[in-house]
Design a binder for this molecule. Structure first.
Ligand SMILES: Cc1ncc(COP(=O)(O)O)c(C=O)c1O
Length: 407
């Protein structure tokens, strides 16, 4: 294996999740795949390419540069910039064929002027705030807003949407009120002859818990990457796309009474064999997992000893046979054992979203199809030779798992 710390992105699982979501959306429903924050850490360029091949309708990013990155990589799908752009970003957005979300009239006017200058109407989306309390046009002002918008000369409304703050909670009453409110707006607009060509509301939680919110597109990230929201009413098969892995770079035998790592917060209680794992908070592995989290080595759980440092973390290998170079699973499967992203998120006192999207650039991404690496991207670029060496590691690992099953 040419790298010490990596993420495996299983593109077959990703494709299967998209198929399951398309089945959930029903015949005419499409998917607006949210690929912001580097596709939640999976790698936006590769995920966008796989999504396009799987028939996703359009992509959602948060920032101008995320959209430009996808265009530069050759993505031809419509790309919606979901977060508000500044008027100073309009020119570049238009130049790269990105479709802004309009959150207020001032921006809409500036966009229409840009459309006039370029000699063609510009596609835009409108977010209506029915209760998220973040961005968009407030529901109370939405009717007047859409009337003003339709009077602007060089805009083409592509969709209207709203967003749920808690469609994964115990009580869905607020989300249902949001849907009613959104629909009353759509009716009022229709009475005035304004019909957004597409409407959408369902994030992952809405998609699985609120069938009424599915409309034309599911606007999802989390479920496509294989994770269920805390509440998930739909019977849907989803498989985690990402696994986070590292390796043992040193093994040491320490006597009882030896302090481990910064702050000396952990002191061995018995003669202890420690394994040094090549991951730390500099990779996006949370410091809060210090003396609290666990990893998988040799198909077994081993506890973290002492503080997670920037690059390295120590685990207890006293009861687990292991060698330098062995694979360590931070979340994902190993043999018969698995360690979930949810567990790591809990130990890190955060959300699965944050765990995934804070895995940094120093962590190599290995894209996998049919159980084999097909692409490897790293801090120092892409390497076919490394991908081949990774393939060798994958092959030996699969053989070891098969042999263990036979024993
Ligand atoms: C406006 C908007 N829509 C959809 C999503 C996708 O959310 P999820 O990953 O929960 O499906 C997000 C993500 O935060 C978002 O900000």
């Amino acid at each position: 294996m040419p790298v010490s710390t990596w993420v495996e992105v299983d593109l077959d699982r990703f494709a299967a999740n998209l198929r399951a979501l398309r089945a959930l959306a029903g015949g005419t429903g499409g998917i607006l795949l949210v690929v912001k924050a580097d596709a939640y850490g999976h790698g936006a360029v590769e995920i966008a390419a796989a999504a396009e091949a799987e028939g996703v309708s359009l992509l959602g990013v948060a920032t101008l540069h995320e959209g430009i990155q996808l265009r530069q990589s050759g993505s031809t799908l419509p790309i919606v910039v979901l977060s508000p752009l500044l008027t100073s970003e309009i020119e570049e957005a238009v130049a790269h064929g990105l479709d802004p979300t309009v959150h207020d009239l001032q921006f809409a006017e500036a966009l229409s002027r840009a459309g006039q200058q370029s000699g063609r109407p510009l596609r835009c989306h409108v977010e209506v705030d029915t209760g998220m309390g973040r961005t968009g046009v407030r529901r109370a002002e939405a009717l007047a807003f859409f009337e003003r918008l339709s009077a602007l000369p060089a805009l083409r409304l592509a969709s209207a949407f709203t967003h749920f703050p808690d469609a994964d909670g115990d009580d869905l009453a607020f989300s249902r009120e949001q849907i009613d409110d959104f629909e009353s707006l759509l009716r009022q607009l229709a009475e005035r002859g304004i019909r957004p060509p597409r409407v959408h509301a369902a994030n992952s939680a809405g998609a699985v818990n609120l069938p009424a919110s599915r409309y034309d597109w599911l606007r999802v990230g989390l479920v496509a990457y294989g994770h269920r929201p805390p509440r998930c009413d739909a019977a849907i098969d989803l498989e985690p796309v990402m696994a986070f892995k590292s390796r043992l770079v040193q093994i040491r035998d320490l006597p009882a009474g030896a302090p481990i790592s910064y702050g000396r917060t952990y002191v061995t209680r018995r003669p202890t064999r420690t394994g040094v794992v090549a991951v730390g908070y500099g990779h996006g592995y949370s410091w809060l997992l210090s003396s609290r989290g666990a990893m998988l080595v040799g198909g077994r759980r081993v506890p973290i000893l002492g503080r997670v440092t920037m690059d390295l973390t120590m685990v207890d290998l006293t009861d687990v046979p292991a060698e330098v170079g062995d694979e360590v699973v931070l979340f994902g499967d190993q043999g018969e054992e698995s360690l979930s992203l949810d567990e790591v998120a809990k130990g890190s006192e955060t959300l699965p979203y944050e765990v995934m999207c804070t895995i940094g650039k120093r962590v190599t991404r290995i894209y996998v199809r049919d159980g084999r690496p097909v692409k490897l991207t790293s801090l120092v670029g892409e390497s076919a030779e490394w991908a081949q060496r990774a393939a060798e590691h994958f092959r030996r690992r699969a053989e070891a798992v098969a042999a263990a099953r036979h024993r």
